[in-house]
Design a protein around this ligand. Sequence first.
Ligand SMILES: Nc1ncnc2c1ncn2[C@@H]1O[C@H](COP(=O)(O)OP(=O)(O)OP(=O)(O)O)[C@@H](O)[C@H]1O
Length: 282
Amino acid sequence: MSSNSSSPLTGAADRAAATTAGRPAGQRGAIRLHNVSQRYGTGADAVTAVGPVDLDVPPGEFLVLVGASGCGKSTLLRLIAGFEPATVGDVEVSGGAPVPGVTSGVVFQQPRLFPWKTVGGNVDLALKYAKVPKSERAARRNELLERVGLDDTAHRRIWEISGGQQQRVAIARALAAETSLLLLDEPFAALDALTRERLQEDVRAVSSDNGRTNVFVTHSADEAAFLGSRIIVLTKRPGRVALDLSSTLPRTGVEPEELRGSPEYAALRAEIGAAVKEAAVA
Ligand SMILES: Nc1ncnc2c1ncn2[C@@H]1O[C@H](COP(=O)(O)OP(=O)(O)OP(=O)(O)O)[C@@H](O)[C@H]1O
């Protein structure tokens, strides 16, 4: 992936603005959770998965939600995506209610691609859903594939590319709509360690394109320390904020190897790891 931070295509920013038309410009990509709890089931079977949680995330943040299995990370992400309403409290994205497919793009653990389409065809479809004019789609598709390091694979079928490449296609697809918020739910959990590291580097490099906000869910303290500008450790279920940390690691102008080898990264990773362990038993 290239780390070029500007979109060469005119119209993209306008479309991004159109997806959140009527919302305050300064709020695009901002997230606000006020007294949010999420319950599933009723009576004796009722489970409180999350909450109460209060959270203010300004535009441009790379927020990582980290915690033990079952603590409610994906639930929080689904609430922010607008896939389900909160049982209690308010969720705001870009200054209003979250709207699935409009206020955010989502990347899941499994790429969820259309196997009968080519790599380029999958991205084209996302551009079509994002209402990108037909005349602009080929250029935009090529730009997105280049952005995720897949410029020479547009013609290939999904089953002809590796799991890591499939996840890159999923990221390109999520970027296609130019939403001001990208939600990533353990997108690299199923990948081998080397591919995972490469994709982390790539996601870190493109994360601040157009001032986008990112929310990334993971179990891994390494991944949280490497990616996050802000890291939230959740308690065991019902997930609440156990620790809210701002990272001082540089976001640009540093090689990934240098970052991973730095004492500051090691200290942050250790702090997150200890907090996750403590929160899982508290
Ligand atoms: N639709 C649902 N109905 C009932 N219970 C649910 C539902 N969704 C989540 N839960 C429960 O809520 C809790 C939190 O689930 P969630 O998937 O958000 O956790 P998580 O931290 O993302 O877990 P993991 O890291 O294992 O993916 C779990 O106990 C889960 O079983």
